[in-house]
Ligand binder design. Structure first.
Ligand SMILES: CC(C)(COP(=O)(O)OP(=O)(O)OC[C@H]1O[C@@H](n2cnc3c(N)ncnc32)[C@H](O)[C@@H]1OP(=O)(O)O)[C@@H](O)C(=O)NCCC(=O)NCCS
Length: 214
């Protein structure tokens, strides 16, 4: 398990002039669920031999388990997201006045970022735990980076002074986004994730923002 965080060199992405970032509304539920579920089917962990077929099989198993739950989890869990779950996730963000962003390209929602998590605990309200997802067809064009940057740029106005992301140690794309956004290694949960037949480490990456209020 490596916690070394060296910022990658700045890469120039294709211009995303048409990209629009905005807060999610309930009308985005379908797109949000679809992007999340596509992420489960297309894991970025193929370096270890995990294929898209492995992802689809694993997703089917997870779906069977979720169907048996009375109250499916709404966020930050490893399993498929149904339409009602996505709608609930958006509604929870709206009710809690948390920021859930979507990225729109040519009128289509192609990515999103939620910020529910640890900060729901008392005393942690200015720490946002972020999780973000980009449609496979538009990955690698800077959309993930733009979502994280947008939150950082608005952090002061939105009452955020610390960001936390929990990332699988072999999720190179997400680690690249976070390192470039100035996140540091805050910790690790060794072997905490079991998925696709393998145990994986969960890394905790964080960033203290300059607009600390207290
Ligand atoms: C992580 C994710 C959101 C990144 O979105 P994105 O729009 O592709 O992000 P960006 O284009 O801003 O940056 C991606 C970076 O990862 C790099 N990358 C992509 N795939 C990679 C891979 N398999 N190995 C190494 N680096 C990779 C890209 O080269 C790029 O880095 P660069 O700009 O230095 O070249 C997207 O890959 C995704 O949705 N993954 C599945 C869901 C997920 O893992 N979410 C994160 C949970 S914390």
């Amino acid at each position: 398990m490596s916690l070394a965080l060296t910022a990658p060199e700045k890469q120039e992405h294709q211009p995303l002039a048409q990209l629009r970032l905005r807060h999610a509304t309930l009308a985005d539920a379908q797109a949000i669920a679809a992007i999340y579920n596509a992420s489960l089917r297309t894991p970025p962990y193929q370096a270890d031999g995990t294929t898209e077929a492995d992802g689809a099989r694993w997703l089917a198993e997870q779906m069977a388990q979720v169907r048996q739950l009375d109250a499916p989890p709404i966020a930050h869990y490893l399993g498929p997201m149904s339409l009602p779950m996505a709608a609930n996730l958006i509604a929870v963000h709206l009710r809690a006045k948390r920021h859930m962003l979507v990225a729109e390209l040519d009128g289509d929602v192609v990515g999103w970022m939620g910020s529910l998590g640890l900060h729901e605990r008392p005393g942690l309200s200015t720490l946002f735990e972020i999780a973000y997802y980009v449609a496979p067809r538009v990955r690698g064009r800077g959309i993930g980076t733009r979502l994280v940057d947008h939150l950082i740029q608005n952090a002061s106005e939105w009452g955020v002074d610390r960001l936390l992301a929990m990332v699988w140690s072999d999720n190179a794309a997400s680690l690249s986004v976070l390192r470039r956004a100035g996140f540091d290694a805050w910790g690790a949960l060794p072997g905490a994730i079991t998925a696709f037949g393998k145990r994986r480490d969960m890394l905790l990456l964080g960033r203290v923002l300059p607009n600390v209020t207290g």
